[in-house]
Design a protein around this ligand. Sequence first.
Ligand code: PEP
Ligand code: MN
Length: 652
Amino acid sequence: MVVVLEKHITPEQKRDLRAYLESKGYQVREIVGQEETIFGAVGIPRVDPREVELLPGVQRVIPISKPYKLASRELKKEDTIVPVGPIKVGGKRIVVIAGPCAVESREQILETARIVRASGAVALRGGAFKPRTSPYSFQGLGEEGLKYLKEAGETFGMPIVTEVVATENVELMQEYVDLFQIGARNMQNFELLKRVGRTGKPVVLKRGLSATIEEWLMAAEYLLAHGTDNVILCERGIRTFETYTRNTLDISAIPVIKKLSHLPILVDPSHATGIREKVPPVALAAIAAGADGLLIEVHPDPSKALSDGAQTLYPEQFEKLMRDIEVLAPVVGKEVAKLPSLEQGRQRGREAEKSSILNSGFRLHSIAVDRPVPHGQVPRIAFQGERGAYSEMATLSYFHFEVETYPQRSFQAVFDAVLEGKVEYGIVPLENSLAGSIHENYDLFLRYPDIKIVGETQLRIIHSLIGLPDATVEGIRKVFSHPQGLAQCARFLDEHPYMEKVPFYDTAGSVAYVAKEGKKEYAAIAHEGAARIYGMKVLKSGIETNPLNYTRFAILARAELEVGEHPNKASIVFSTPDKPGSLFKCMKVLADRNLNMKKLESRPIAGKPWQYMFYVDLELPEDLDIFKEAVAEISTLSEEEVRILGMYRASI
Ligand code: PEP
Ligand code: MN
């Protein structure tokens, strides 16, 4: 049962309540949610829930109707985020775990780790104990394989995932692995589940070959009931009458799991299809359906793989797939998880060893490196607008949600807050795919030379019509929003001519206004997150005329906080003399060095009528010296020295 605690329960009442429930044979888990704190009490029912409801500090008791309790969404409304080494699985991120089916040799796993890391995988997989269908097939290298896997993981700064097939191996493996994998064939090996659960380590639980979703969640329940809170599910295809593919990927399991459970779910397109060329399309489908990530087989040369070669991707195929996932991620409101750069990861390890009391400089540094996992401190981020603004939503998808966000009245106030050290980061929109550049922010960069771009993120703009909880679409007579919001929903508004359009200074601000006015005939157009914040209802979601509506945001920090992730993009600004061919000469410097320009924009220079600055975004090469030389050469051609607004990591 779910015991919802009173907001003002005292520590003594909490302790007594726990002791009471435990004395009745329940296992008790405290779950702190955004809105309420609960005790999840599971076990064989021995008390009448109505009696529990009468105890001091208890607000109400809700029985859990499903046979799986700890795994159920009834127990925990918010998504569980599972930490695996430096990465987090679940929430707004897509994690890609890749590697060979089996560890075959030290060289093979080191080479695979290098390849998959370079393409963007955040964890390394590889079987050391292989549950093969035939006793004559390669069974894995055992402990030797674990050693190689661990070495490869450490060399490339990646957590490692490997399958455990027997209870007697758990103790040995525990020393090596970051994430245990329970394979499809062992999903209902309850002794194994109990033993692995007791380690408390994160576990990825594959769906059995012919397991129903309920049986699968019951298997997860075993792990949770025996001591780990960190279970990740993995759909890998089930047995059907179809034989063309190795298994049949049950794509609908993803939204079903999302409804029934709070646990994250990965998809393994390799075992699901068994055929290499089918892996990328199915992988993309899984992401589109809401999977939290993928588990993919990749080998430096799949034709030589000792197991599952036919379903294993070539490095180039994996690289292409990762690029496609980058493109798809913002469509489903997510961002592809990234690892800190290797040098930074090592540096952090060394510094953490040196002192456990982090000085503030390091703390900021470490936040910047693994932005979703701040160590001991929650980063503060300033954004423009009211709570629930698109900028705030972009912040949450970039930094995950362990951040503190600070609304500001203007873009300039965001720059000021960063400069004055009131916050570690700021976020400002640079460009919308339909409306074009936000020039004010480009101009602010020039006025704040001590602020740099340290990151970039994209958000798909999905507008919702938001009204009071008892409002209806038909009843709305006035719609408030930022003029851009109104313009971008023109078709919806034309189809509902009885709605008068009222321009407002801010999208989220218009939701706050409608909430304050309390009129059922009023609605606002904003991000649906704003509805939650102001206790309002989404009357209709996705009302934007063009769904290909994206905004690109820059993450700002003070120059000295520049992050060390290997950058792949730079933004520079320069001005050219008023002579024929002067811009051409600057562009030629880039062309001669094979530097790919992503954007070119000109802006008038304040105080110098008819003179212009040029803003250029470009892709950075591996060798940053090439870029630095180009900047030096352009400086000789331009009126003043080239300004580098930032060198950062972006999805290019
Ligand atoms: C594997 O991941 O290598 C594996 C054996 O998977 P499954 O248990 O899904 O067959
Ligand atoms: Mn395999």
